[in-house]
Write a protein that binds this ligand. Structure first.
Ligand SMILES: Cc1cc2nc3c(=O)[nH]c(=O)nc-3n(C[C@H](O)[C@H](O)[C@H](O)COP(=O)(O)OP(=O)(O)OC[C@H]3O[C@@H](n4cnc5c(N)ncnc54)[C@H](O)[C@@H]3O)c2cc1C
Length: 351
């Protein structure tokens, strides 16, 4: 294990802002992780676990302690050959998420095809229960192997212990900072049908008479994502982001009624999508766009993607403070206009 000093973090994130890590180590072997944690503990350094850096805003002052970049690789499968049978994939936390999805699809295994094209590492996916186009990793995670920093031992957390909900798990709420995820086990279905719950996907395949294959759904998802700036495409400034910057607010009946009345008084109608309605969710993108922020809005080096109202982007030389300034401005305006405080989705590091 090599510990480096003063390593710039911006190039290791998709938003590409922020300062340096005081200490930094990239760990490829599970055995290195307890040793690295001990290095931080012995020096009383705060520890931050970095995956693919696709859901982060790193402060301009950087991180004062140790950043551990988890790069543990390897994908194992355990299955029977019978069609329709479950296949267990054990995947190293450092494996690129989309590489794993590609491999699952090649092996004709259903369950993660709608999550194609999401950037980041496998180890990052349980943290905010990554989801898109009608699937979330909680649907297929069997268990999570992790170093428990509190008990100082390696544990295997079965799915119910992970507390998955919308963009939430124990890893980003009640037990934040306690676990370093080493490996994630997913249960997929060989020969299973692709999931086509989302309107965008149904529209894409409307002309097709037969059920699309998993590979066709994967390609469709990647294409839809590309059109929204939600796929990392080198050279496309609209994807220098952390993905959606705000969560879709989950409202009570009374809050929703109040919101609908506000909209009506402005001659507007809250858009209704079955996937959102089922969970009393309101489109954060709609709220942002109806609070004075159109796609392409810019303040200095920070801005909103030309393709997606929820993606805050670094237009070139933005600092973390520029991104945070724009975030504050949007939150303030949405609250003034609609009485709702939007909750950011990315993790703020070193603030
Ligand atoms: C263009 C774009 C599109 C996106 N689209 C989606 C989407 O459709 N749906 C969605 O849910 N998200 C989306 N995201 C957000 C992001 O890709 C996911 O949240 C992703 O899972 C983050 O993984 P990561 O490895 O990059 O984690 P990082 O950004 O490195 O870290 C995020 C958090 O996870 C923790 N973490 C990471 N790895 C570990 C580990 N091994 N052990 C413990 N903690 C860890 C970090 O400490 C941090 O708190 C998008 C982002 C971008 C840039």
């Amino acid at each position: 294990m090599t510990i480096q000093e003063n390593v710039p973090l911006a190039p290791l994130t998709t938003l590409q802002v922020g300062g340096s890590a005081r200490y930094f180590a990239e760990l490829r072997r599970e055995d290195d992780v307890p040793e690295a944690a001990q290095f931080a503990r012995a020096r009383d350094l705060p520890l931050f676990v970095l995956g693919g850096g696709s859901n982060l805003v790193v402060a301009d002052s950087g991180w004062p302690g140790l950043v551990l970049r988890i790069a543990i690789g390897g994908i194992t499968t355990q299955s029977t050959d019978a069609p329709g049978k479950a296949v267990l994939f054990g995947v190293g936390a450092g494996v690129n998420w989309d590489d794993f999805v590609a491999q699952a699809v090649v092996q004709n295994c259903a369950g993660v095809e709608c999550l194609s094209g999401i950037p980041g590492s496998v180890g990052g996916t349980p943290v905010q229960n990554v989801g898109a186009y009608g699937q979330e990793v909680a649907d297929t995670i069997e268990s999570v192997r992790a170093l428990d920093l509190k008990e100082d031992r390696i544990v295997v957390l079965p799915k119910p212990a992970c507390g998955f909900r919308y963009r939430t798990s124990i890893f980003n709420t009640t037990e934040r900072g306690r676990y370093i995820i080493l490996r994630v086990n997913y249960r997929l279905k060989r020969g299973g049908a692709p999931s086509l719950k989302y309107a965008d996907l149904q529209k894409y395949f409307a002309e097709k008479k037969t059920l699309p294959s998993l590979a066709e759904v994967r390609e469709a998802v990647r294409e839809i994502r590309r059109s929204k700036g939600m796929l990392i495409v080198p050279g496309d400034d609209d994807c220098r982001s952390a993905g959606s910057f705000f969560k879709n607010p989950v409202l009570s009946e009374a809050q929703f009624k109040h919101l609908a009345e506000r909209a009506e008084s402005k001659g507007l109608e809250i858009p209704s999508y079955p996937a959102l309605d089922a969970q009393h969710k309101v489109s954060a993108a709609w709220l942002v766009e109806h609070s004075g922020f159109l796609k392409g809005y810019a303040v200095g080096a920070a801005g909103i993607s030309h393709k997606h109202a929820l993606a805050l982007i670094n237009r070139g030389e933005a600092k973390a403070s520029d991104i945070v300034g724009l975030k504050d401005e949007i939150q303030h305006s949405v609250q003034e206009a609609w009485g709702i405080l939007l909750e950011p989705e990315p993790v703020f590091v070193g603030f």
